[in-house]
Design a protein around this ligand. Sequence first.
Ligand code: NDP
Length: 344
Amino acid sequence: MSQDLTLNQRIVLVSRPTGAPSPENFRLERVALPDLEEGQVLLRTLYLSLDPYMRGRMSDAPSYAAPVEIDAVMTGGAVSVVQQSRHPKFQQGDLVVGSTGWQSHSISDGAGLMPLPAGIPSPSLALGVLGMPGMTAYMGLTHIGQPKAGETLVVAAASGAVGSVVGQVAKLQGLRVVGVAGGADKCRYVVDELGFDACIDHKADDFAQQLAQACPQGIDVYFENVGGKVFDAVLPLLNPKARIPVCGLIAQYNATALPEGPDRFSLLPRTLLTKRIRMQGFIVFDDYGDRHAEFFAAMVPWVRDGKIKFREDVVEGLENAPEAFIGLLEGRNFGKLVVKVADA
Ligand code: NDP
């Protein structure tokens, strides 16, 4: 059957950003979709996830994943509905999650498409608390952080998709949890709604002092989301045998040069050595991609029973994705950032 009435709206990368991305790095275009072939499905995007890792895909510097090519559709996870199917495993109307990109429609051979987790309260959660960021938090914390009741954990970007889950899971496991977030509103939410013991505003002049006061017993687990001055403030507070899951370094994603000031690098290996600290990076789907069942078994009941709370920052319209993404790297989002592309 011809689909000549279906136009795909998509956002492509037109140039690689230097420093912070700008709207000129992206182009919105409309293209006709080809006919479906046997074994393919036509997907209509409902929600697109915007995530910090996308900044890395805009760059052609060596990384763990290939960059988005110039004039290619920006990469991204999305929840979609199957609009047409010529694939034996998918029916029209099925909801799926997959890496289908910044576009209103996509054609897939089914590879990498997953059904939404059973019992999910709302489809967009498959991009947040019950999706890649939630799984990142859970796997990094439990497998690398190895939290123990009574210990102190610090996590930054604490109101966001990953940090909010890290802190709440750690609270469920009996830790003292101190968040770091940008601004009073986010900090209030982290303590009052998410139940962290404290939250420190990283924009405060005396941030390092406040963090030290909030961690009177030192820090046993530092879940690294941001790097930069937060890491500088955490380093002297780390306890012997502390664990540091290195998840992300968002404070550095737009950097074009090394930070100014004296070279303090030798402080890090010296601290790791003398305090026997374990610091380990991870990439969630590369390292834990076969553990979805473990993640869902723990997280779905917690979310269903209200033990893990979440907040979404929903932006309407695919055309607004570039500006929303630019804001993510400046801390303008408040909660998991998703773009609502279409109604279900
Ligand atoms: P968030 O929803 O937390 O949004 C990003 C937040 O980062 C902003 O809201 C802002 O919060 C904070 N931020 C931005 N710039 C800075 C800065 N210069 N200094 C301090 N904080 C800053 O994002 P996610 O939860 O999706 O991602 C959190 C981290 O996890 C990122 O580093 C990301 O790359 C990483 N990640 C890693 C994965 C992996 O497999 N290793 C998978 C998924 C995510 P605020 O205003 O509070 O500062």
